[in-house]
Write a protein that binds this ligand. Structure first.
Ligand SMILES: [Fe+2]
Length: 383
């Protein structure tokens, strides 16, 4: 996150003595990325962050690919089971070496702590609200939020209700705002569809001074390793830096429109080395007198595309419903279904809300996606 933030108490000079009222040294921890060459934060703990009294592990099953052929897919996720918490209840639907896409309807709040050791997480909140707590403080979340949690951050997520619905991206690459919207100092530029005011950063939380038994599940290298701590992991009295969890709400995305159909990059919200995430939000349609608001047929020959339908009628798709996911692999062209192009002409606005992911390397569907698949979808372009 290219935005400096500071909470709590920190010493005037980094890497110097910083003590509590009884003279005990606080334990300074550097959270660093790309060695020491990208964003970092410095945290000041009551206890050394290395202390654990027990380490246990389990190997996770490898994701199993399912697809007998390369074709378009439509997955209906509305009725997936309510299960687990926001970490254990994830149902992975697609993956490649860069990203795993899951849906989740958690049954309960987390009663322990979790850390993704391999991946940055983007959690899109379709339904529900709650609070994300971490050593960096607390972040309230609600419908429409993209919660960005960089790898290596221990967190606990609580829910306010039992009807939460989440779309989750686990990324092997750091999640960034699009580079073309930032100046050389990292500030978002005037033509960016959102700015720093739209980004929510952690709020101060009193350090937890508790001893006992605290379990942190660390997901990394296809394993869950549980570290048992004898102190509460949120024992930070202060921190500063650029590395922390943050939130952007899809309703704060200001759409870019034009006289003729605007291409998907105008919807771009996040970028990584190997995929982008875009937000389709309610907006005015194109205003050239002969414009066609529906997209043209397109064949992005080196990108796979998934769209998660959040709310509203999607202008180019027939048969999709709330929480549907369409998957259009790069090997096959796609576009509006019969009648959708004509029906879009003359329309002035759309109320569609959707999240799109474009990957630059092929995605694979998981076994879990098979039972959600609409087998007729590839033939939905037949007039
Ligand atoms: Fe598309």
């Amino acid at each position: 996150m290219p935005l400096y933030h500071q909470l709590g108490d920190i010493p005037h000079k980094r890497h110097t003595q910083f003590r509590d009222e009884e003279g005990n040294l606080y334990r300074e921890e550097l959270k660093s990325t790309y060695g020491f060459n990208n964003i970092t934060s410095l945290l000041y703990h009551i206890h050394a962050p290395t202390v654990s009294t027990k380490v246990e592990g389990e190997v996770l099953p490898e994701p199993e690919a399912w697809d007998e052929k390369i074709r378009h897919h439509h997955l209906r996720t509305e009725d997936i089971p309510v299960h687990g918490d926001i970490t254990s209840g994830r149902i992975p639907l697609m993956f490649n070496q860069d990203v795993t896409i899951s849906v989740c309807r958690p049954e309960q709040s987390m009663d322990d702590f979790y850390r993704n050791g391999d991946c940055d997480e983007v959690i899109f909140v379709h339904d529900g609200s709650g609070e994300l707590k971490s050593p960096y403080g607390k972040l309230e979340f609600h419908k429409g939020d993209y919660i960005v949690i960089p790898r290596g951050i221990t967190y606990n997520m609580s829910l306010n209700s039992d009807n939460s619905r989440l779309l989750i991206f686990e990324s092997q690459w750091p999640i960034n705002t699009p580079k073309r919207y930032r100046n050389e100092h990292g500030q978002l530029l005037e033509h960016s569809p959102f700015c720093e005011r739209d980004l929510r950063r952690p709020k101060y939380m009193e350090p937890r001074v508790e001893t006992g038994e605290f379990h942190i599940r660390v997901k990394a290298r296809n394993r869950i390793t549980t570290f048992v701590l004898d102190h509460h992991p949120f024992d930070v009295v202060g921190w500063d830096g650029y590395f922390y969890p943050w939130i952007f709400n899809i309703d704060d995305f200001e759409p870019i429109t034009g006289r003729i159909h605007q291409p998907p990059p105008v919807h771009q919200t996040f970028e990584t080395e190997q995929f982008v995430i875009c937000s389709f939000v309610p907006r005015l349609f194109d205003y050239h007198p002969k414009s066609i608001p529906a997209p043209y047929f397109h064949h992005n020959v080196d990108s796979d595309e998934i769209i998660y339908y959040v709310e509203g009628d999607f202008m180019s798709r027939e048969g999709v419903e709330r929480s549907s996911i369409t998957y259009h692999p790069g090997n096959v062209p796609h576009g509006p279904q019969p009648g959708k192009t004509e029906a879009s002409i003359g329309k002035e606005r759309t109320d569609e809300l959707a999240v799109m992911l474009d990957t630059f390397r092929p995605l694979y569907l998981t076994k879990q996606s098979q039972e959600l698949d609409d087998p007729d979808y590839p033939y939905s372009w037949v007039d």
